[in-house]
Design a protein around this ligand. Structure first.
Ligand code: NAI
Length: 433
């Protein structure tokens, strides 16, 4: 369903009226290409050799005074005095960041053994989230925590993503990049998934279809899995992408074994996207509504993941990306079943990630979409839909492609140092913020 308010505020009378009434002023997000360069700033005494990585992003140094991207290296911030350098670095330039531009702050994980370091590195999180809320004009602000400041390379895929139009709807996020151990560099940054097989559940339509399209666009051989009732849709989607369709209900007890049998060469990218809602307040919710949602959204993800890992059907260097939701982080009235299932995904990801990496060489992460323009959200009553669209820092809904691009970054061969992360694709929604 078209966002008419967004179109209206793009017109001169719309801009005038909404400004006079103090209403949200969403800017159309740039999802194509950036024009403008990069500004590299530092705060504190840094040991990080970031310049070579930034040079490879393709964004040249800004010489216009209107940077498309600003990177502030704050890994060397160790005390409150050095925090003042964060202010000093960004205060003079923040106004000049281009529309739909990017600000990325680089920090380190707060040191649990040093409360002064922990305090100021945690301070960067509050800073980032606050700037994200005020910066406006489609601009995003994110914090990347580098566990190993000696290995800037480990953050390359993450910086490329967060500094590009692909991260249009990702703001106010904190992403931790681990040590370089799991990072690999693809031969080809344009087609990083060439020669890899990706299986996406629930990919006949909606977000899953966009994920399949984006992964195929990056070179993956895609398997479009959906329920038997959606087989025709799944087959058409697969044909368009040069992939294959797999008609399978993922709640089937042996779904994992059947997937493994259908992909004999193993899976490189496994995207658990299939999900359902059966909303009702708890007092009115029959057991069947509870169990169907928990079964599709959580139990089948646990079952198939276990079966595929046990069978060695996820190749080394593989990526598992599961789908949570901001409802699983913030809770949502009428969605005790759905909120439980999606919070369960967060628990699964955080617990399994280190063991899957150690035992199988596979990373496990989650995307947590906010309000995404799909058939599901088009069916939401008008006022709730409008609230969902506006109650985020970008004052608009996201598109399926925004979730797909985030998934593609997590699925990237060079994202091996990104593990156990839950990344919201929500335009910095006020829910659960
Ligand atoms: P959708 O309803 O448009 O698509 C879901 C797909 O999953 C459908 O093709 C459906 O046939 C398939 N599916 C359902 N049960 C299945 C099963 N048992 N086995 C195999 N396939 C099955 O949903 P949408 O909006 O594309 O959502 C995709 C994911 O994103 C879901 O996990 C959803 O919970 C999550 N999400 C969506 C948000 C949104 O705003 N649309 C917000 C937050 C999370």
């Amino acid at each position: 369903m078209a966002d008419r308010y967004l179109s209206f505020t793009g017109t001169a009378p719309g801009r005038f009226l909404t400004r006079r009434l103090g209403l949200p002023q969403p800017a159309p997000l740039e999802r194509g290409a950036f024009s403008g360069g990069l500004l590299h700033l530092t705060a504190g005494k840094t040991d990080l050799d970031l310049a070579p990585v930034l040079a490879r992003t393709g964004l040249g140094p800004d010489d216009t005074g209107r940077p498309a991207a600003v990177v502030l290296d704050a890994t060397g911030v160790r005390d409150v005095d050095a925090l003042a350098e964060v202010h000093a670095a960004l205060h003079p330039v923040v106004r000049s960041v281009a529309t739909s531009g990017r600000v990325v702050v680089l920090g380190t994980p707060p040191d649990p053994a040093d409360h002064h370091h922990a305090a100021v590195q945690q301070a960067l999180e509050g800073f980032t989230r606050s700037l994200g809320k005020e910066i406006g004009r489609g601009r995003t602000v994110n914090l990347v925590r580098l566990a190993d400041a000696a290995h800037a390379d480990a953050a390359e895929s993450t910086l490329r993503f967060l500094l590009s139009p692909a991260s249009a709807y990702v703001s106010g996020q904190v992403v931790e990049v681990g040590d370089a151990g799991g990072a690999g560099t693809p031969d080809d940054w344009e087609l990083p998934l060439a020669g890899r097989t990706a299986l996406v559940t629930g990919a006949a339509r909606g977000i899953g279809a966009a994920v399949a399209r984006t992964l195929a666009g990056q070179g993956a051989q895609v398997v479009v899995l959906d329920v038997p009732q959606a087989e025709d849709e799944a087959r058409r989607a697969a044909e368009r992408l040069g992939g294959t369709a797999l008609a399978l209900d993922i709640t089937t007890g042996d779904a994992g074994e059947r997937i493994a049998a259908a992909v004999p060469g193993g899976i490189d990218v496994l995207v658990h996207n299939a999900g359902i809602t059966r909303d009702r307040r708890l007092a009115n919710m029959p057991a069947e509504r509870w169990s169907s949602v928990l079964d599709v959204n959580l139990a089948s993800v646990l079952r198939t993941t276990d079966a595929l890992l046990a069978a060695g059907a996820v190749n080394r260097g593989g990526r598992i990306v599961a789908t949570a939701s901001i409802a699983g982080l913030a809770g949502n009235a009428g969605q005790t079943n759905y909120g439980a299932s999606k919070a369960g995904i967060v628990g699964l990801v955080r617990s399994l990630a280190p063991r899957a990496l150690a035992g199988h060489g596979v990373t496990v992460n989650a995307v947590a979409p906010g309000f995404i323009e799909t058939r599901m959200t088009a069916a939401v009553p008008l006022f709730i839909r409008e609230a969902g669209r506006r109650m985020n820092s970008l004052a608009q809904g996201g598109l399926p492609v925004d979730v797909a691009e985030t998934t593609a970054w997590l699925a990237h061969p060079a994202s091996g140092a990104v593990n156990g992360q839950v990344v919201r694709v929500c335009g910095q929604s006020l829910l659960g913020a």
